[in-house]
Design a protein around this ligand. Structure first.
Ligand SMILES: [Fe+2]
Length: 142
């Protein structure tokens, strides 16, 4: 049971690493009309991802487990698919990011309650949910 729990943390961690890379991709390669907003928002979220990645990796390492750390390992474990470097429309950016955030939010909510990491999972949930709201607001009309 405990190992399944740790596997889920590894899966979440690998997914966050892929999301971080995807956000970097959009941060550099999106050059459309919402450039300033998307450039800033992707940077804020990838910084949050790096913090989450650090916190989760420490939790995994504390349990004397090896933290998967290469891109090939991330891709085997990740719930999210990677994205090649290319141009994006701002609608695509919102669609890609909100889809990934929803996938991670749903997965995080289903991880069994465990006192050791529950506060961290709650924090991750709040961050992902907030950024889904922020990215979604880019395609809303008044
Ligand atoms: Fe930058």
């Amino acid at each position: 049971m405990y190992n399944i729990f740790m596997e889920k943390l590894n899966k979440l961690n690998a997914s966050i690493a892929i999301l971080n890379q995807k956000l970097n991709n959009i941060h550099f390669n999106y050059n459309g009309k919402e450039f300033r907003t998307i450039h800033k928002l992707t940077e804020k979220l990838y910084k949050e991802c790096l913090k989450i990645y650090d916190d989760l990796s420490e939790k995994i390492s504390m349990r004397n487990m090896i933290v998967p750390a290469s891109f090939s390992e991330y891709l085997k474990l990740s719930l999210l698919k990677e994205e090649k470097g290319r141009r994006f429309t701002h609608e695509e950016v919102v669609k890609i990011i909100t889809f990934d955030l929803t996938t991670l939010i749903d997965f995080t909510k289903k991880i069994e309650v465990h006192a050791v990491v529950q506060p961290l999972l709650d924090e991750i949930f709040l961050v992902l949910d907030k950024y889904r709201w922020l990215f979604n607001s880019l395609i809303k009309n008044d």
